[in-house]
Ligand binder design. Structure first.
Ligand SMILES: NC(=O)c1ccc[n+]([C@@H]2O[C@H](COP(=O)([O-])OP(=O)(O)OC[C@H]3O[C@@H](n4cnc5c(N)ncnc54)[C@H](O)[C@@H]3O)[C@@H](O)[C@H]2O)c1
Length: 351
């Protein structure tokens, strides 16, 4: 049984409490928050504490850390010293140096340590990964991973850089983690990034990041929280994968889209002129009939609880841990490189 304590019982802490209630191998023993108002949301029978030290003295074996980002390192130290296993919220740390310290602390204390990157089990990402792994698009040369919305304003501690605010820490680490996981053993060679504060004074709310991998793929991760649209839906979530045998478009968190492939390489079409609304063209005209076929996206059956299922099986020694600290160290190094590139307007090489 995973006997949980949660430190930081705000939006995400309460979301974790709901999940823990649903699973039959987990139990929520105690929650801790410096704001006692949050305890109104605590399930009945769960102990509540204002101080982390008091929660750590209870009969728990695992702690979820869901305090604001700048406090993650401090909490990891406390929890590791108490000998409890740790699931820490993302972004794991403020930078790679902090995360390195966390890894050393948890190793020395001999406690389990992972980061809550549940978006590895997002349906859209899993479909994209399956398309990527199947090699059905031939040699992939580009992957675009984007998320647009028009709410714009950051809130609470998210508006302060010193607390780890801004969208690069908030959603960026999810989108970047998905790209790194999909690339598997391929190495990220370099990165070029634009990171902007569009309507928020102090923290970023737009970024456009180019990732150059040693397998020849250029990844682009773009996010904007101030992309105005007439559309009713707040989010526009889009993936595009381009290969030399086809393309895939995947839209939405509950995705629609398709795979489009050529039956024959289009380079053999020749210089035929086609009239389009943009005038005559030889490069952008529609291909001859029968050269393009559409295929449905693969089916996947995933949900965020699978993060906990994996963690539980890992604890029982039945499975490898999915979200490994060394992967997250690479992710934090990438975040550091993105900030450097955005500041210097230079491509930054990763070792
Ligand atoms: N994985 C995800 O999809 C996801 C989604 C949202 C937030 N998060 C992460 O969860 C963490 C918390 O974010 P949130 O949106 O829940 O914030 P929040 O402000 O809603 O909750 C944070 C809580 O921590 C409490 N707190 C602050 N300092 C504390 C301390 N020293 N000891 C105990 N409690 C303290 C606050 O009172 C607050 O209730 C962040 O790291 C954030 O990035 C992850």
């Amino acid at each position: 049984m995973l006997k949980f304590g949660i430190i930081g019982f705000g939006f995400m802490g309460q979301t974790h409490a709901d999940t823990i209630e649903k699973l039959d191998y987990t139990e929520l023993v105690a929650v801790c928050d410096t704001n006692a108002m949050q305890f109104k949301q605590a399930p009945e029978g769960v102990a509540t504490f204002l101080k982390a030290e008091d929660l750590l003295a209870t009969d728990i074996n695992t702690v979820i850390i869901s305090v604001p980002n700048h406090l993650h390192l401090e909490m990891v130290k406390k929890v590791a010293e108490a000998g409890k296993d740790i699931i820490c919220e993302k972004p794991a740390a403020m930078n790679a140096a902090e995360f390195d310290e966390m890894m050393k602390i948890t190793q020395a204390a001999n406690v389990r340590f992972t980061i809550h990157h549940q978006r590895r089990w997002d349906k859209d990402f899993r479909i994209v990964k399956e398309v990527y792994d199947s090699q059905t698009l031939g040699n992939i040369f580009t992957i675009k991973n984007s998320l647009y919305g028009f709410n714009g304003n950051m809130h609470d501690w998210h508006i302060y850089p010193e607390f780890g605010g801004g969208m690069l820490y908030d959603w960026g680490v999810h989108l970047l983690d998905q790209m790194l996981v999909m690339m598997g053993d391929s190495q990220l060679k370099s990165v070029y990034a634009t990171v902007r504060n569009v309507i928020n004074k102090n923290v970023d709310d737009y970024f456009n990041i180019q990732l150059y991998f040693d397998n020849g793929i250029t990844g682009q991760v773009e996010l904007g929280t101030y992309m105005l649209s007439e559309k009713k839906d707040w989010f526009e979530r889009h993936w595009f994968l381009g290969g030399d045998k086809g393309s895939a478009n995947i839209d939405g968190f509950n995705p629609s889209g398709s795979i489009t492939r050529t039956t024959e390489l289009l380079q053999s079409v020749g210089g035929k002129t086609t009239m389009t609304p943009a005038g005559p063209t030889r490069s952008f005209g529609p291909p001859p009939a029968g050269r393009i076929v559409s295929e449905a996206l693969p089916e996947v059956d995933v949900n965020h609880e699978m993060f906990f299922e994996n963690y539980h099986r890992f604890v029982k020694g039945e499975e490898e841990l999915a979200v490994k600290p060394n992967q997250i160290y690479q992710l934090m190094k990438l975040v550091d490189a993105i900030r450097e590139s955005a500041e210097t307007h230079q491509v930054v090489t990763l070792d």
